[in-house]
Design a protein around this ligand. Structure first.
Ligand code: SF4
Length: 207
């Protein structure tokens, strides 16, 4: 793990914007049901074996407004919820909270991964807006990926044994439908492909 005391929340992302690595609709392997997935850009941890090393940089990748992203997610009626992955979602907690509020108001559920533990997210030195984002979540998967504890199994909803599934909304108690060994391939109209799975990875290849 690298320096977690630096605070990239202060990086120059304009208020009301998110810096994202990628996005997909209608995923069925990144949480319960059918959902959009937003991969945010930027993570400090550099976990060995990370599925998305391209997400580590905090340089601007794709800047999108919260409103644009909310409209995009809501424009697909098959999206029942959204999952925030990364990268580290909690470094952009303020804008993700705004997005989560808009989506919840429209009846969608919200889940997030984090490399922080729940205890760290509730601590005083947590990233800005962490508590507010936690209040919006139906489900949190917390803890960093630890390669020596990796698990790839149809019976595990986490990809590393130290991670925990926190179900804040009891309606999701019996809806742990995903498993860490699942992947899916999205093929887009331009021929590009996106391969993703519950391990959180997002591999994009051009057509
Ligand atoms: S596994 Fe997750 S927490 Fe670890 S470096 Fe990759 S994106 Fe960051």
């Amino acid at each position: 793990m690298t320096n977690q005391t630096a605070n990239p929340s202060s990086l120059n992302i304009p208020p009301g914007y998110l810096n994202i690595m990628g996005y997909v609709d209608e995923s069925q392997v990144n949480g319960p049901g059918c959902r959009a997935v937003v991969w945010v850009q930027g993570c400090l941890r550099e976990c060995p074996g990370c599925f998305n090393p391209a997400s580590w940089s905090f340089e601007t990748n794709q800047l999108v407004t919260v409103d644009e992203l909310a409209d995009k997610i809501l424009s697909n009626p098959r999206n029942e919820g959204v999952t925030f992955s990364g990268g580290e979602p909690f470094w952009q907690a303020i804008a993700l909270t705004q997005l989560a509020k808009k989506l919840k108001a429209a009846g969608l559920n919200v889940m997030s991964f984090s490399g922080f533990t729940l205890g760290e997210l509730r601590a005083e030195n947590a990233p800005a807006g962490a508590q507010e984002l936690l209040e919006q979540l139906d489900i949190l998967i917390d803890g960093p990926f630890v390669e020596s504890l990796a698990i790839n199994s149809p019976h595990s909803p986490v990809s590393s044994r130290n991670q925990r599934v926190h179900i804040f909304n009891p309606a999701f108690k019996d809806k742990i439908s995903w498993a860490s060994d699942q992947i899916e391939i999205h093929i887009f109209k331009d021929g590009s492909r996106l391969i993703t799975g519950f391990q959180g990875q997002m591999n994009l290849s051009e057509g």
